[in-house]
Design a protein around this ligand. Structure first.
Ligand SMILES: N[C@@H](CCC(=O)N[C@@H](CS)C(=O)NCC(=O)O)C(=O)O
Length: 225
């Protein structure tokens, strides 16, 4: 039986899981849940009382949190895959980037998404934090092909790619971050499933729709933006 995934196609958290499954040839049954009322439907709340996406149900095993789901898919279905290496130091490098991705997501929300989602300009200190994170990312990538070096694509790449695909969708100027720009451009063209999962469903109108339908959620978070 395929794994059920409750997913919303604009969500970076959902897209990182979709890419992982695609890369590992894992069969997913995608149940599209639109943010807003559908997230609070009794059917979905029964599966995930916290109503956040993505959620998977692997034949009775329910798991939330995108990075934990990516790790689970590798551990359960592809334990020998270089996508999530077993060797402790190599794995620690992947985990390091997965943790950094949490910070990066927050600073993109604060500095880049605040205006399109709320109409309010980002706070100057949040923009500085965002630029610092991008600088760190750019310097760490250096000449590497992948986040962890030149050898293998890992779930760290897939997480940060899904987080930063928004720059391609918005046409963000990345000239301040040339190594990052090269990494994003190269991998987005190299991975055969990237465009389908990350670019196909995006439009500024859909972003606006999402912003409107998520107002309840946004209001809850606005103070932290
Ligand atoms: N840390 C979570 C974040 C998930 C998340 O915030 N999902 C959003 C969609 S992008 C959501 O479901 N928000 C609505 C809510 O939490 O009720 C992950 O990585 O999966």
């Amino acid at each position: 039986m395929p794994i059920d995934i409750y997913s919303f196609n604009l969500s970076q958290f959902c897209r990182s899981v979709l890419m992982t499954a695609k890369h590992l040839n894992i069969d997913l049954n995608v149940i599209e849940v639109n943010p807003g009322p559908e997230q609070w439907s009794p059917e979905f709340l029964k599966v995930n009382p916290n109503h956040n996406l993505p959620t998977i149900n692997d034949n009775g095993f329910v798991l939330v949190e995108s990075r934990a789901i990516m790790q689970y898919l590798c551990n359960q279905y592809a334990p020998n895959s270089s996508l999530y290496p077993k060797e402790p130091k190599a794995r620690a490098q992947v985990d390091r980037w997965l943790s950094f991705d949490v910070t990066l997501n927050g600073s993109i929300a604060n500095a880049v998404m605040r205006k399109p989602f709320t109409g309010v300009d980002p706070l100057p200190e949040r923009v500085i934090a965002f630029k610092n994170n991008m600088k760190l990312l750019d310097e760490s990538i250096g000449d590497n092909h992948y986040l962890t070096g030149n050898e293998h694509l890992t779930i760290a790449d897939l997480a940060v790619l899904s987080t930063t695909a928004i720059f391609l969708n918005l046409g963000t100027d990345l000239s301040e971050y040339p190594n990052f720009k090269r990494w994003l451009t190269t991998l987005s063209q190299e991975l055969p499933y990237f465009a389908d999962i990350n670019l196909k469903n995006f439009s500024p109108e859909k972003l606006q729709e999402w912003a409107k339908s998520s107002q309840k959620y946004i209001n809850r978070k606005l103070n932290s933006w």
